[in-house]
Design a protein around this ligand. Structure first.
Ligand code: 2AM
Ligand code: CA
Length: 266
């Protein structure tokens, strides 16, 4: 792996985060992508900045981003997966729970993940085999082993007619009655990073895209956690079902989801 890849990914996330903060300060236009899904001027500007730097430095690398889709040779050894702003709805409303998410995949294996939350002043990052960090602090998932003691988080798909919304509601309602607390932060990448940091214990979300969770996945796994499909299988970009946890709780969570039939729909 080129030594400077991690440095460049971190600098990119930092620069894009600074740009997002500038938009937050000075105002921005918001556009609808259909339904309640929105994109802001800041999402587009941050993505342009990131794309330009990757293309200038690594012209032969492939890129997948939220706003531009797939770019470059799909057979390239390296692929960047970028969400310029994860938590766009929070960003648009001035809530600080949003982040820039950048992952680098080498020959199909995630090797670097960076999740920078500029309004919170934190950067979570990981390099394959070297652990996960928040700034300089090494991260470790929580030791929570009972659902009753868990702080749980989740998200709803944007599409109001999607049947998985009802399923999401059923599972979340169950969690509300059984675990210590339930939160919805509105940024899947940040929720994954927070499980890595031991702040949350678990998270689930249907209909996520690779750019929502690619960086968080490597950060979480390097901190001792797990991210899988709702039934414990490897994540599939085809269905976007994501269950993330500290690892210890995973088996019990899969059972809860299964009891509701949540492993059968996507
Ligand atoms: P975004 O802010 O980049 O759109 C909100 O629940 C979280 O899930 C955010 O991280 C949001 O990413 C992500 N997300 C991705 N696809 C989604 C979808 N179809 N519906 C709702 N949230 C989605
Ligand atoms: Ca986004």
């Amino acid at each position: 792996m080129p030594l400077h890849l991690l440095q460049i990914a971190k600098k990119l996330a930092h620069d894009a985060g600074k740009l997002a903060l500038e938009y937050q300060e000075n105002g921005f236009k918001v556009e609808s992508k259909g339904g309640v899904d929105i994109v802001t001027e800041a999402d587009k500007a941050c993505e342009r900045l990131i794309l330009k730097t990757i293309k200038d430095n690594f012209p032969d690398h492939a890129i997948l981003t939220e706003e531009s889709g797939s770019i470059g040779d799909p057979k390239s050894e390296y692929k960047w997966i970028v969400d310029p702003i994860d938590g766009t709805v929070n960003f648009a409303h001035g809530l600080p729970y949003y982040c820039v998410s950048i992952a680098i995949i080498h020959k199909g294996i995630p090797i670097i993940g960076v999740v920078e939350a500029p309004a919170l002043g934190e950067v979570f990052w990981a390099k394959q085999g070297h652990g996960a960090f928040c700034g300089k602090r090494k991260l470790q998932v929580s030791k929570t082993s009972h659902i009753q003691k868990m702080l749980f988080s989740y998200g709803y798909p944007y599409d109001r007619k999607d049947p998985v919304r009802k399923m999401t509601h059923k599972i979340a309602y169950d969690m509300h009655s059984t675990c210590r607390g339930v939160r919805r932060l509105g940024s899947s990448a940040l929720e994954g990073a927070y499980i890595a940091a031991g702040r949350l214990d678990a998270f689930f979300h249907y209909k996520l895209k690779p750019w929502d969770i690619a960086a968080a996945k490597i950060i979480l796994e390097e901190a001792g956690g797990i991210m899988t499909d709702m039934n414990g299988a490897l994540l599939s970009p085809k269905n976007g079902r994501v269950l993330a946890s500290n690892g210890t709780l995973h088996h019990d969570l899969i059972k809860v989801i299964k009891d509701h039939g949540g492993d059968l729909i996507n």
